[in-house]
Design a protein around this ligand. Structure first.
Ligand code: CTP
Length: 414
């Protein structure tokens, strides 16, 4: 039995938030607010052109710290060296095409450039620019150079850009940026490019089985764990298909194709359509085991009728079908939300489920008493069909996702 880590939540870390000169700079205010609310000390370092979009007083009010952008401010404190050396994380959002170019060349004519050269902590650049600029060979080259040096360059989102155009190059949502930053503070090595050129399918959320046009049998799954899996896989380089059942509260993760479904039958169809050539499939969705045998075509009325008992039929077991159909080398990961009972504890039930389902890996979460459902944090065990058992430390759902992808990537390498 191995321990995946003994990391404890560390509420206050030193973050440098670099801000490039793009219109998305206004979204960095929200990133800053969330990081400060989480208890971190965030020093904002805008470029000169970023200050034309959002002024220093805004950054100073939100961070509670003075803002400099050139290397000649606050000289006795030598911030151009000290800020990079002492940071736990350098996050740049938005990173413009120009900023990526300067970083790739190691330019240090402003404070942010100097910080990027002195930082020894994880550095995450979150690009935002027009699609043409993102796809230009110069930018593609700069991103490759930066990544080859270990700098993390996030995948941008697709969607509406400034003005009427849309495409790849949009800044990911502030919540997503903060989630990636939080993940790196917990595990500096959580986003290696080990899923590059892989296609992975993730299911998320909870299915709803209609009783009539307005009522359904459902469950409490929010979809957060599946979305975290999709987000982390995309940032580790994978092409990701996310099959999402009822996740209205969640924004699409950057760089992920989202297929929306309602019932277990629809989820089954979407997953089976996406997986024949996929490298891995992770079934994080809570799939209803049963569905009403005869959903009413019209709303069931209360007046003048005694309620009919609802008869149920069994839904297909999708994970079992995936295991039956899987091509050679495809990694199948199941989830098991368990409560202990008289017949065994959570792990005993998990081990039995892994054997019953025949998947390669099974994530076991303890549920009830506030665990797993709707929560921001998760913990559990990762069981392998080779007998490996790894404890997954309590932390954000993206941290659990990182451990799952570690295990998947290790199997894909074999
Ligand atoms: N699952 C599935 N198809 C179903 C039900 C569940 O593919 N009809 C998947 C889930 O997505 C999850 C795994 O199977 O990855 C385990 O789900 P769970 O509900 O715990 O499994 P069950 O076989 O229904 O076991 P239990 O009797 O404990 O409910």
């Amino acid at each position: 039995m191995t321990q995946a880590g003994h990391l404890r939540p560390d509420p206050s870390r030193r973050i440098v938030l670099g801000v490039g000169g793009g219109i998305a700079a206004y979204k960095a205010c929200e990133v800053l607010r969330r990081l400060v609310e989480a208890g971190h000390q965030v020093r904002v370092v805008p470029t000169e052109s970023a200050l034309r979009f959002v002024g220093a007083p805004t950054w100073e009010a939100l961070s509670g710290l003075l803002v400099h952008h050139d290397v000649f401010g606050d000289v006795p404190e030598v911030p151009h060296v000290r800020l990079g050396q002492t940071a736990d994380l350098v996050l740049v959002a938005p990173a413009t095409a120009d900023l990526l170019a300067r970083a790739a060349h190691g330019r240090a004519e402003d404070l942010l450039g100097a910080i990027l050269l002195t930082a020894r902590c994880p550095v995450l650049l979150v690009p935002a620019m027009h699609t043409e600029m993102w796809e230009h060979p110069a930018t593609v080259h700069n991103v490759a150079v930066l990544r080859s040096r270990g700098t993390l360059v996030a995948r941008p989102a697709s969607g509406r850009l400034t003005g009427a155009d849309s495409g790849a190059g949009r800044l990911p949502e502030p919540a997503e940026i903060v989630d990636l930053a939080t993940l790196l503070l917990r595990r500096a090595d959580a986003l290696p490019p080990d899923l590059t050129d892989r296609h992975v399918v993730v299911s998320a959320g909870g299915t709803r089985e209609p009783l009539d046009p307005v009522r359904y049998l459902g469950n409490r799954s929010s979809g957060r764990q599946g979305y975290a899996l999709a987000r982390v896989a995309a940032q580790r380089g994978a092409r990701v298909t996310l099959v999402a059942a009822h996740t209205p509260a969640l924004a699409d993760p950057a760089g992920v194709e989202v297929v929306r479904v309602g019932t277990a039958g629809q989820l089954q169809e979407a997953v089976l359509t996406a997986t024949p050539r996929a490298d891995a499939v992770v079934m994080a969705a809570a799939v209803a085991d049963f569905r009403p045998a005869d959903p009413h075509p019209s709303k069931i009325k209360k007046v003048g009728s005694d309620p009919d008992p609802v008869s149920l039929v069994v839904n297909p077991d999708i994970v079992a079908e995936l295991v039956r159909r899987r091509p050679r080398g495809q990694v199948v990961v199941g989830f098991a939300a368990e409560t202990g009972d008289a017949t065994g504890d959570v792990l005993t039930h998990g081990r039995a489920k892994l054997a019953r389902k025949g998947c390669d890996l099974l994530v076991v979460n303890a549920v009830g008493e506030g665990g797993a459902f709707e929560a921001e944090h998760n913990s559990g065990w990762l069981l392998g069909d080779d007998g490996a058992e790894t404890e997954l430390p309590e932390g954000p759902k993206s941290l659990l996702a990182a451990y799952v992808w570690d295990a998947v990537a290790a199997r894909l390498k074999r």
